[in-house]
Structures are given as structure tokens and as C-alpha cells.
Design a protein around this ligand. Sequence first.
Ligand code: MN
Length: 205
Amino acid sequence: MSLETYRRKRRFDRTPEPRGEPVRRRTDRRSRTTGRYVVQRHRATRLHYDFRLEIDGVLASWAVPRGPSLDPAKRRLAVHVEDHPLDYFSFEGVIPRNEYGAGDVIVWDWGRWTADPSVQDATKALADGELKFGLDGQKLHGDFVLVRTNWYRGRKDQWLLIKRRDDAAVAGWDAEDHPESVKTGRTNDEVQAGRRAGRGPTTRG
Ligand code: MN
């Protein structure tokens, strides 16, 4: 039932986004503490980065307006949004005008996340408002924390995504300085223009 909100917001005869397979919730054991993660750069009405962790058969998701940073001094607002289907993991394309989230999407980063050893159950940690984890991706590396700062009764909840201090920290690192897709090498402009994917990173000019 976790994808109800995701599906309610979208018209799948008009958007290229995946409808997603039914979720099989694992109620027999604790939620997993490692999985894939993806960050999508989504140029919608407002530019944001969608930060998604694979947890229990869905992609738990946050919209991060300024994008993740490797700089521990840059605390990034992260608005918790509806779970997305696993099929969304590699989605890159154009959501048509007038549809929910209209704009262009690239796979900005992907890799694996692993909870901090202190975390026994990722779902419970999120419910409690703090998840410490490490990322091993193409752009993002090292330890991070997601911490809830505010809760609006069943509506949006606001979190901060913060790089923790470690060897992977880089002062001044900004997501906007690294604009290409890790899946196809394309920028959002190139996806919007319909440049073909599939030949690896493209060259400009
Ligand atoms: Mn988005």
C-alpha cells in the first residue's frame, strides 16, 4: 500500500514514469540496513534533487532543493516525500507539461547505502527521526545523517541531510558543479532536448 500516494499523483498514460510493481512488505524481520541509493536531479517548477534510499521494497524519498553536499558545513533541507517504486531507480527522462512533477530528470548519482553500525533497523531509525548511514556512489562518498527537524501532521516533514566529518568530506563541494548523469553522461538540458542515451558520456559542441 506504500505506493498509493505515488500512484494517485500521476497519470501513467501520460507520464513516462514507471507505475511500479506491487510491494511485498517484509513483516517477518527487521528492515534492511543496506541497499541501493539514487539521487535524481529534477528540474521541475523548482529545481531539486530527489534523494532515495532503497528500504523494504520501496525507495524512501526526500526532495533536496540545493542538492546533497560533501561539505559538512552545508546542511541541506530535505523534504520527506512519498515512497517511490524500485523501478524509479534508473528513471531518466521528461515528465510532460501539466503532469505532476513536469520537467526533466537525470540520474545524478547512484550506488549503495549502508546504515551506521549503531542502527539496527532503518525504518525504525527513520520513524525516530534520525538515520546515520554511509554512501558509496559515483559522486557521493562517506558518512551522512538525515535528521528530522519538523513534523507537520501527516503533511510534509522537514529533515536535514548533512555530511558528517570524515575523510570523504570536501569543503565547498556543490552538487551544481557536477551536473552530468552517471547513467548516460547527459545533462538535464540534453535530456530535455531529447539527445539519445546509450553511448556513454556525451561530448558537447
Ligand atoms: Mn522530484
